[in-house]
Ligand binder design. Structure first.
Ligand code: IMP
Length: 429
């Protein structure tokens, strides 16, 4: 009867998708609960690369039911493309196994146009959004004028709602942002077709999950983005518009905490961030470039959704402790440890100092971190390539010390470490 959660402990892109892919082996249901197609989860199986934006990563395992929960904002055009791409790869995408919450919100071309217009208007103050319409879609949700997926039950009235929404948004686009209007009729007709196509996928996903849990089944909640992008607990305003944290998972799936078992925080062995906002341990120069990679490989630090180069830096344990607090992590998973091979010395931020006072706990919200100076602990690192290591004891001493320092400093066990891009390149501890 357990509910397990896989959550990003940083600014997203921690490699949650592959951990979900692994744990989904034992899951009956995998579920996304927040965000939309701003997320990008890459799973490598042999020479096959699956890129997912909306559908939970568990979809690769034919026995799982995959849920798009009520906390999501869903671009249905993108969803259809993703379903079709998966089908071409031989994945079962039937409505028997993929379920869309009737209470999830629909994201439209008007939300995307507004996101782009708002970012352009912000100029130098921009957030660096993925321009997928996420913020405006959640704005409509909280303003109580959003359109929910359940409206697709009736494609005719759904199309009317969409037309009205486009007409209303055109007012903002033209009058406030000086942008051309969108064609309400054309988009209405397109969304009529979309509703016909997606209607069979609609479900009351909250009660599906509750029933599964009471029948003793395993449910896996797959986070998108990361704790430091949370609308309440992230580095506001440089955040996304949803709650990718443990409390957000309950809210975004429609269940209480009773069945919660593992709350797994996924962190890279170093820190990355895409988009604007504070980043105390950010590195420029050679080490930053080495962490980022060239962009030739799918696992290099370039956005899965936008292709933007990610900012890279040393691992920040002050922020990791903060993420552990916000989510109540029971354990950690470290990804991309192999990328640190050959970098010497390594550094980990273990405290922040301000006005001569040192603190290992974030005394403020993460938007204030720019006022602090990171304090580092140095480690010698290791030279060897570790991509073929599969047993914890066989990792070089330098790598073992790196992991132990994270465990000691966070007071959390590290249960798994990824040492390469391949699906099986994992060390269990
Ligand atoms: P939005 O979610 O597109 O509104 O973007 C808001 C902020 O969150 C920007 O800094 C984005 O770069 C960041 N962001 C959104 N989704 C992801 C993600 O999946 N990985 C990493 N950063 C993300």
């Amino acid at each position: 009867m357990p509910l397990d959660m896989i959550l990003g402990a940083q600014w997203g892109d921690e490699g949650k998708g592959r951990i979900t892919d692994l744990l989904a082996i034992e899951a009956d249901i995998t579920a996304r609960f927040s965000g939309g197609d701003n997320a990008g989860h890459t799973i490598t199986v042999g020479s096959q690369i699956y890129k997912l934006h909306l559908i939970p990563s568990g979809v690769i395992h034919p026995h799982t039911i995959c849920i798009l929960g009520n906390g999501m904002v869903i671009n249905p055009e993108r969803l259809i493309v993703e379903l079709e791409d998966l089908e071409k790869l031989g994945v079962d995408i039937s409505p028997e196994r993929i379920k869309i919450s009737r209470a999830a919100h629909i994201l439209t071309p008007a939300h995307i146009a507004l996101d782009v217009a708002q970012e352009t208007r912000r100029g130098g103050e921009k957030i660096g959004t993925t321009k997928r319409g996420i913020g405006p879609a959640y704005m409509d949700k909280t303003a109580r004028r959003g359109i929910r997926a359940g409206a697709m039950e009736n494609p005719e009235s759904f199309a009317d709602l969409i037309k009205q929404h486009i007409t209303d948004t055109n007012h903002f686009l033209e009058q406030i942002y000086d942008q051309p209007p969108l064609d309400a009729e054309e988009i209405g007709s397109l969304f009529y077709e979309i509703a016909v196509r997606l209607k069979p996928y609609l479900a009351d996903t909250g009660s599906m999950i509750a029933n599964a849990l009471s029948e003793g089944k395993n449910v896996l909640a797959e986070g998108a983005q990361g704790t430091l992008l949370d609308i309440d607990h992230g580095s506001y305003p440089y955040v996304t518009s949803s709650s990718p944290t443990a409390p957000g998972a309950l809210l975004g799936l429609g269940i209480g905490p009773t069945h919660l078992r593992r709350i797994i925080g996924v962190t890279k062995a170093f820190q990355t961030r895409v988009g604007e906002g504070p980043f105390p341990t950010e590195l420029s120069g050679l080490v930053g470039d080495q962490l980022r990679g060239t962009g030739e490989n799918p696992w290099d630090e370039f956005g899965t959704t936008t292709g933007r180069p990610r900012r890279c830096g040393w691992l920040d344990l002050v922020l990791l402790r903060y993420a552990a607090r916000v989510n109540g992590f029971t354990e950690l998973v470290i990804t991309k440890l192999d990328i640190l091979s050959g970098i010497s010395p390594l550094r980990i931020c273990t405290a922040y100092s301000s006005s001569g006072i040192s603190s290992s706990i974030l005394a403020d919200t993460p938007d204030a971190v720019e006022d602090y100076t990171p304090e580092y602990t140095g480690l010698p690192g290791w030279e060897q390539d570790i991509t073929s290591v599969r047993e914890a004891d066989l990792l070089p001493a330098g790598a073992q010390d790196y992991i132990k320092l994270i465990e000691t400093e966070t007071n959390l066990p590290v249960r798994m470490v990824s040492v390469g891009p391949e699906r099986d390149a994992l060390v269990h501890r």
